[in-house]
Design a protein. Sequence first.
Length: 314
Amino acid sequence: MSTITTCWRGRVFAAIDEERRTMYLETSRLELLPLDPDEHTEALHEVYGNPAVMRWWTCPPLASVEQTRQVLAEEGTRPGAALWTLRRTADRSVIGMAGLLGGVAIPGLTWILAEQAWGHGFATEAATAVIDHAFTHMGHGRVEAWVESTNARSIAVCRKVGLSERGRLVQRYEHRERPHEMIVFGRASRPDPISVVHLQPVVQVADVTATATLLCAALAARVSFTVGEPADMAGIVLGPWSTGPGVRLVRCSPSTCAPVEIGLDVGSGFAELYQSVLGSGAVHVEPPVDQPWGRREFAFRLPEGHRIVVSTPN
């Protein structure tokens, strides 16, 4: 386990609130220097300009030192941000950045390492120091890390520093052609049992079996359980796993079924899913349209009038 010591650094990046100023941190192999764009950009540009390093980042490789300086300055001035430049104690070389993202509801754990520093545990060491500082000295009760589902290295770091999966969502960065799946990892400063682990809408339908068949054909769903003969209730899971996003169908009189709207966020396969809905026999299928809130959506209705909106980042 890394030993972490803290002391006040004499020169602090001026844009940081004096009451929340970033402290100098030290671990067994690293110095975490409060990030100063004027002092550290040139060394960090080798990291931010590397396509391999930036593969999972929120923007493409940065083309110039000045562009890197602007990005670092903007990140550092967000409310609540605390960012550090990582320097190896052994040779005093700058190998990356770590810290807490600002301007978010829950502090966002972030890190980026030079390619030559991969595989030596530096990210885990730096993230451990940041989390300890966030809980011990900044008074935060939680930290989160949003990691792309294909980023195996960062997922491993999250697990090593005690973060566990809290949820998933679909995003698309402006420089990407397709949306991608993000895993939200989180850790609380004290034991934080979760009482709600799944949310499932309950939809009233006249014919549970027929509606289940329609949803399976339209959305590549599957039936997880049924109750009664004919079915009074059925569980529908949207995905290949034992549990996940889904809906519960319950039988009621057609005259008492109250129409509802259900939103379904998807990543890849949006166009294929639309074609699947068209071929399923669903009624009132609305064609895909780009919405002003940054989503591309289509919708269809169940016989009782329930509207299902399928959405993806555009």
